[in-house]
Design a protein around this ligand. Structure first.
Ligand code: SF4
Length: 404
């Protein structure tokens, strides 16, 4: 199981017993309660996890969902230099690549045959602003910017395949949110953290202009104004404190309370890699991850909470005990380009471990069932694709039994 040792316990930790006594299942906990629980002692951890499980079981009883996807790294050029990133490249670096439309379509069609329903576009943020080579590539492909190219590839996927695009392109203006959601039911941007001190020299977001928390909050808010089902979340272990995690979750909760558009919150843990600037940074302890997931669940009892199994192997099923109800995107075809050294679990393994916890594994679309009704005003082609991909309950239609 996930080790709970070396958890961040305050010497004068608030009396969690008092907090537990005031938790009402399904009612969001207060900021003060969350700040107490995020540093609960190892002795109090089982009660925290039990409260989170009760909240999850009331929200979505009996199941854990996942999205079967292909991962499309449209370009790994990026103008930011996050200290934990192995994905990004400069144009002259080995492995620098911008996918062609044929590559995009080839992978999407292969994924379609394996029962995938999501085309996840993950890419660097506005590389053409920094690199003339990217401007040349875009000119050659016939597009003014990376976002224009992304828009065209989302449209291509929607027209030519049964997959539903889910773009993750970094900061977006109101205009670009509107343009991209004509071809994609949902989209995403990790808030990561509200701690702006991580922009300081030597910190994780030093030289990452697109990681200014206020700018990211603005994109998420714009998506809310346009009622776009939106995926966001936090990164833990990048230099923030446990209290920062609570503040980040509260910022997400605040936007969701205003606009009701946060379809899922990802709690993602930093994993160290030898080639990154943060190669010597400690990874968050397993107990920190469990606390963050459980506090996220209790702050937002009626929001989908997700944690990636590949970053929490080998004991990822323990996250079920902390209140998640979703494993995120899992691909039977493409690697996790963000964490290539951490392969996704085989889907059959995921099913076995989920069922061992007494829950059913269920395939969803990139957009969650409860958000489908907000897509009524979308263009006809997108609505048609959604109707063809969903079952009566809004999950992915199981056309045949496939083995990953
Ligand atoms: S994490 Fe994203 S924004 Fe940061 S360097 Fe990597 S690709 Fe760029």
């Amino acid at each position: 199981m996930i080790s709970i040792s070396s958890a961040p316990v305050l010497e004068s930790a608030q009396d969690c017993g008092d907090i537990f006594a005031h938790i009402r299942t399904g009612i969001p906990i207060s900021r003060e309660a969350a700040l107490g629980l995020i540093r609960c002692t190892d002795d109090d951890l089982p009660a925290l996890l039990a409260a989170a499980r009760r909240a999850r079981d009331q929200f979505k009883p009996g199941m854990i969902t996942y999205s079967r996807k292909v991962f499309l790294p449209l370009t790994n050029l990026c103008r930011d230099y996050c200290g934990y990133c192995t994905f990004r490249r400069d144009p002259a670096q080995a492995g620098a690549h911008t996918m062609t439309p044929d590559e995009v379509l080839g992978i999407a069609r292969a994924g379609e045959k394996l029962g995938c329903t999501e085309a996840l576009f993950s890419l660097g943020d506005k590389p053409e602003l920094l690199f003339p080579e990217m401007r040349d590539t875009l000119r050659y492909l016939g597009y003014k910017s990376t976002l224009h190219y992304l828009e065209a590839m989302c449209e291509l996927i929607l027209r030519e395949t049964a997959l539903l695009p889910h773009p993750n392109p970094g900061l977006l203006s109101a205009e670009w949110i509107e343009r991209l959601c004509a071809f994609s039911p949902s989209m995403g941007l990790m808030l990561e953290t509200t701690n702006a001190r991580l922009l300081a020299p030597g910190a994780a977001h030093d030289n990452a202009p697109d990681k200014v928390p206020a700018k990211r909050l603005r994109t998420i808010e714009e998506a809310g104004k346009q009622r776009v089902p939106f995926t966001t979340g936090l990164l833990i272990g990048i230099g923030e404190t446990p209290e920062d995690r609570v503040e980040t979750l509260l910022a997400i909760r605040g936007l969701h309370q205003r606009y009701g558009h946060i379809q899922e919150v990802i709690v993602q843990n930093f994993r160290v890699k030898p080639t990154i600037p943060m190669a010597n940074a400690p990874e968050p302890a397993g107990g920190e991850m469990l606390r963050a997931v459980a506090v996220a669940r209790l702050l937002m009892p009626n929001v989908n909470i997700q944690a990636p199994p590949n970053l929490n192997a080998p004991y990822y099923e323990d996250l079920i005990d902390a209140g998640i109800n979703d494993w995120g995107g899992i691909s039977p075809l493409t690697p996790d380009y963000i964490n290539p050294e951490k392969p996704w679990p085989h889907l059959e393994q995921l099913r076995v471990r989920t069922e061992a916890k007494g829950l059913q594994l269920r395939q969803r679309l990139p957009v969650y069932p409860e958000f489908l009704s907000s897509l009524e005003a979308r263009p006809a082609l997108l609505k048609h694709r959604l109707e063809s991909a969903r079952d009566a309950a809004g999950f992915a239609l199981q056309k045949e039994s496939r083995v990953a």
